[in-house]
Design a binder for this molecule. Structure first.
Ligand SMILES: [Zn+2]
Ligand SMILES: [Zn+2]
Length: 340
């Protein structure tokens, strides 16, 4: 299992960085880059999914479709309590993913240890360790947004989804359909997040609604949903929640998408450029400079030229999946004086 997985994973960053080197800007370049990123992601998921299923079947001697059998067992176990099944999938699973990841990050942020993690800090002199008073203030808003706003939006989503079908049916979507759905959700999120986020940067809206999120010029994981309630609804929740409603997705796909979205926004705010994880340099730079890098993947920033300053920086040179254990601040230092 690990051989196939690491092969596919290893190939993605190589292709991403080579496409950048030949890139001379422009829309075509960004489309090519997006195609490579999405293509590598789909290949990785396909290889991972197939090999995982194969190994699981071999290990436990499961016959037929392993995931379908597993789901059938869960479905039968719930004896038709589909509401409970929906909320366990869309609330409990993403909650474990989000708070599990953020608890680990908070341990590092508050103690400044261990150094094998903190040496990957993007802005090394910041949050070392994080100010406990600021953190307490953030956590109050984050918990409010998470429980009351996100919670009610999931309830509304369920209402809309059950109007058009049954999101908790006994039959799972095929693996390839689920992949296609995840690709669609990602593109929809990029589109909706980019434009709503840019709107919140308009001078007439910025101070009242978006300045709060930008109090952190060097963000940490939980800051991803530290925002004014209106911003949390429009920019954080709608771009993620709309996709499954539009496609009438199965609860299993929705649960996976919510978890992926929460973990990826946590990583993009976490402040550490860790090996083998998506690069957080893009959004970290947005917090540092305010008027660059508004999107999630960067396709629309390339299209609208809102990444031109970013692309002249060291942060841009570091903006790829780190495939060695050497921190990028060491291998690509800020200025000559910081070099060894
Ligand atoms: Zn942010
Ligand atoms: Zn912003």
């Amino acid at each position: 299992m690990t051989v196939e997985t690491s092969d596919t994973r290893g190939s993605a960053p190589t292709r991403i960085s080579s496409s950048r080197q030949e890139g001379s800007g422009g829309l075509w370049d960004s489309v090519k880059k997006a195609a490579v990123v999405i293509g590598s992601g789909i290949l990785f998921l396909a290889a991972f999914g197939n090999s995982l299923t194969w190994h699981l079947q071999r290990f436990w001697g499961a016959s037929g479709d392993f995931w379908q059998n597993l789901w059938t067992r869960v479905y039968v176990g719930f004896e038709g309590h589909e509401t409970a099944l929906f909320y366990l999938g869309t609330m409990l699973v993403p909650t474990l993913a989000f708070w599990g990841t953020n608890t680990l990050l908070l341990l590092v942020d508050t103690t400044g240890k261990p150094s094998f993690i903190t040496r990957y800090r993007i802005q090394p002199e910041k949050n070392n360790p994080v100010d406990p008073v600021r953190l307490r203030h953030v956590l109050k808003t984050v918990i409010f947004n998470y429980v009351f706003i996100s919670g009610s939006m999931v309830v509304i989503s369920r209402y809309l989804m059950t109007m058009r079908g049954n999101p908790c049916g006994p039959e799972l979507p095929t693996f390839h359909w689920a992949l296609a759905e995840l690709a669609f959700f990602s593109l929809l999120e990029e589109f909706m997040f980019y434009y709503s986020h840019r709107l919140f940067h308009h001078p007439s809206l910025y101070k009242r609604f978006h300045k709060q999120h930008h109090e952190w010029t060097a963000p940490i994981g939980v800051v991803c949903i530290y925002a004014h309630p209106l911003e949390h609804v429009i920019s954080n929740m709608l771009p993620v929640a709309l996709g499954p409603v539009l496609l009438g997705s199965h609860v299993s796909t929705t649960a996976m998408w919510y978890s992926v979205a929460l973990i990826s926004t946590t990583i993009s705010h976490c402040g550490y450029h860790l090996p083998f994880l998506p690069s957080p340099e893009f959004h970290d730079f947005h917090h540092l400079r305010f008027n660059q890098c508004f999107g999630v993947f960067g396709m629309l920033d390339r299209l609208h030229g809102t990444d031109t300053k970013f692309r002249q920086t060291k942060q841009y040179e570091r903006h790829s999946v780190l495939t060695s254990l050497t921190p990028l601040n060491d291998s690509i230092p800020d200025t000559p004086k910081k070099g060894h």
